[in-house]
Design a protein around this ligand. Structure first.
Ligand code: ADP
Ligand code: MG
Length: 689
């Protein structure tokens, strides 16, 4: 290319532009335009209103493509540039100045000026930043206004802010559409002087104007009417552009080497949370309502996950004390009756049971249920109906969670057969009934029934027992009489007349062996011992726990479905508000695109915004959830003091589920509005009020 050719910034060849919109006939705003803009020119485009000047500026600004002819930008056909390539040109090759200023009202002066720098190409080594913005602010007399919002500035100040923004990226060309149209004559003159200075500094300027004063200062005047150029003349001064000193465009103040990563993170966070904060200030009710939907969804998921998890845990612990590690094996009398099988006399616990236990040895053991009901029991002060329960070993005492309240438990040797001590330990209710005066703590007596005798008669067992202790109350799901029975060593019970043939047993598996499996194994052995004559059955609390866990699982699943629906509804609310947002901020999107935002910048901006909105709602939901759970457990502790460990610690899984759900909702429900925003047409968007 010759020097003259490399000097050409824009070249329009037979360019036309026709507006086509639904419901309106096509309108040809530009027809067969031929125009060349060279480096260093100061061109005024003048013409009556509606003649196509702004349309021409949109073409030069690469905000719209010609509908006919060819536009070359820096020697390249405009259509050869990708959408991102065009954004880069708008960002750093061209600076725009509009009659309406087009500042973003929610940003400060400084932020407005820095707006194009947010979209500078990432690979730029010297990033344009605040340092340069402050230089511009000083140079254009805006010192002290940095942190004001545009609404608090005069028209002239606003246009100077817009000028700073147009120049911050050091563009080669400044495109101005009636820059003085909204200013009084004095301010207009200042802006004009600035343009002249910039031109003298080597910048190329194209200014669209009505103002004869502006036209007088330009070196070349292009007159346009009805979409056609009617004259194109160098001013009388006869400026010869080949001899205009081509001043280098200053390049020095580009700023410090990049701290791009930190800046990037700061920008991401700003885009995430600042808009929600601003919306909360300006659109309080609307934003709060939107957030409430998601907040409820997240908090309900959290609460239910926490409660079901904790309740399951509590029940599991409880079941463990209720013999979920055991099974009950017995002769199935009912089935025997139905099938005509004979009645089973029972297993001889003195001779046959030890043999059976020897066979069962490594897997577990079988304890006989040695007990008798319907006894008359007499104490010095009472006469009650009661039952006796035989204990087979100290181990069984521990497994049944029997803990002493007063007195003592049976001693190891008292379990041996032939032991002469006839001792008893009372259940808590039995003690109350047999020794009411002891329980009430009457004057003079010692406060324990220990040492007293009781007499048993009227059942299999007859005789006198010496009370040695009272056990603490026990919770049992399966035995309602557990506290009103009287415990004694099984050997004592057998020696005192209870039958040595037993039909009911407790199967206690060794650690790691399933109670159900062990019970089945025991039944197999019993059947073999009794020549398959009798039916047996078993009951394992373990199976009840499984049923309970299944129920809790179903409950949790339902909760998650309901919570999911809440989140869905909340998310749709967020999507709705984001769509409204995009709709209300069309002009902002146009401005951002005009200063160089690429589609992905806009997309991410709105996506981050919806994610931020959802994350804030999610965190609030989490706070509500934690507060509600804490309160629920507090109330539960008051009403259920007997349940141990009824306290609340936030479950990290529930917390991360809640947070990821809100993050996911932001991304999912923000995508469509963000895409809609990114796809907006620059020129159409700028024209929106
Ligand atoms: P100027 O800036 O010189 O006043 P414009 O370039 O804005 O003129 O508009 C040129 C012509 O194109 C005007 O007659 C205007 O009515 C028309 N025009 C502008 N925008 C549209 C549009 N979006 N759809 C249809 N016609 C349009
Ligand atoms: Mg116009």
């Amino acid at each position: 290319m010759t020097k003259a050719e490399t000097d050409i910034l824009f070249q329009l060849k037979n360019v036309s532009y026709t507006y086509t919109a639904v419901n309106t006939p096509p309108f040809a705003a530009l027809k067969n335009i031929n125009l060349t803009v060279r480096k260093g020119e100061f061109i005024a485009v003048i013409g009556p209103s509606g003649s196509g000047k702004s349309t021409l500026m949109h073409l030069l600004g690469i905000m719209a493509d010609p509908t006919g002819g060819e536009l070359l930008v820096k020697g390249q056909p405009a259509e050869n540039y990708s959408a991102d390539g065009k954004a880069v040109l708008r960002n750093s090759f061209i600076g725009f100045l509009f009659q309406q200023f087009f500042l973003l009202p929610q940003l400060t002066v400084l932020e407005n000026i820095l707006l194009p720098s947010e979209y500078q190409a990432a690979q730029e080594v010297h990033r344009i930043g605040e340092k340069r913005a402050f230089e511009m602010i000083g140079r254009f007399g805006l010192t002290g206004q940095e942190y004001k919002k545009p609404a608090n500035l005069s028209g002239g100040q606003r246009q100077r802010v817009a000028l700073c923004r147009a120049l911050i990226m050091n563009p080669e060309v400044l495109l101005c559409d009636e820059p003085t149209g909204a200013l009084d004559s004095q301010t207009a003159k200042e802006v004009l002087n600035t343009l002249a200075e910039l031109h003298a500094g080597g910048r190329t300027i194209v200014v669209i104007t009505h103002d004869p004063e502006v036209a007088r200062r330009a070196h070349r005047i292009v007159r346009i009417a009805d979409g056609q150029i009617i004259s194109d003349s160098i001013q009388s001064k006869g400026a010869d552009y080949d001899h205009v000193p081509q001043l280098p465009i200053q390049n020095g103040t580009a700023g410090a080497p990049t701290t791009a990563r930190a800046e990037h993170v700061a920008r991401v966070l700003r885009h995430m949370f600042v808009p929600t904060w601003q919306a909360l200030q300006t659109q309080r009710l609307r934003t709060a309502l939107t957030m409430t939907g998601l907040l409820l969804g997240v908090s309900s998921v959290f609460i239910m996950l926490t409660l079901t998890g904790r309740v399951s845990q509590i029940f599991e612990d409880f079941f463990a004390t209720q013999g979920s590690r055991k099974a009950f094996v017995s002769f199935d009398g009912r089935l025997a009756e139905r099938t005509g099988a004979p009645r089973w006399r029972g297993l001889n616990v003195i001779t046959d049971l030890p043999k059976l236990n020897a066979q069962l040895k490594p897997l577990g053991r079988l304890d006989p249920n040695v007990e008798t009901g319907g006894c008359k029991i007499l104490s010095p002060s009472a006469n009650i109906q009661g039952s006796l329960t035989g204990l087979n070993s100290l181990q069984e005492v521990r497994e049944n969670d029997l803990r002493i309240a007063t007195g003592r438990l049976p001693l190891p040797h008292e379990f041996e057969s032939g032991n002469p001590n006839r001792i008893a330990v009372l259940g808590s209710d039995a003690a109350l009934k047999l020794f009411p005066e002891k329980a009430a703590g009457e004057e003079g007596g010692n406060h324990s029934p220990a040492g007293q005798n009781i007499i048993v008669r009227g059942c299999e067992f007859e005789g006198i027992l010496r009370v040695v202790g009272v056990v603490k109350p026990v919770d049992s799901l399966f035995d309602r009489d557990v506290n009103s029975t009287i415990y004694l060593p099984a050997t004592t019970l057998l020696a005192g007349g209870s039958s040595i043939y037993k039909t009911h047993f407790t199967a206690v598996p060794s650690a790691g062996i399933s109670p159900t499996g062990f019970a089945k194994h025991v039944i197999g052995k019993l059947s073999v011992m009794t020549a398959n004559q009798f039916p047996f059955r078993y009951f394992a609390a373990e199976n009840e726990l499984e049923k309970f866990n299944l129920m809790m699982g179903i409950l949790t699943g339902l909760t998650l479905v309901i919570g999911g629906l809440c989140t869905l509804i909340g998310g749709i609310g967020v999507m709705n508000i984001m769509l409204v947002n995009v709709h209300e901020r069309v002009q902002e999107i146009g401005i951002r695109k005009a200063v160089g935002a690429r589609e992905r910048h806009i997309r991410w901006q709105f996506l981050l915004e919806s994610t931020g909105l959802c994350l804030i709602s999610g965190c609030l939901g989490l706070a509500v959830g934690i507060a509600a759970s804490t309160a629920a457990f507090f109330v539960a502790r008051m009403f259920l003091p007997q349940v141990e460990n009824l306290s609340f610690t936030p479950d990290p899984v529930a917390i991360s589920v809640a947070l990821s759900v809100s993050l996911g909702a932001g991304l999912v429900f923000g995508t469509w509005p963000a895409r809609k925003a990114a796809a907006l047409d620059v020129v159409e968007a700028l024209k929106q009020e």
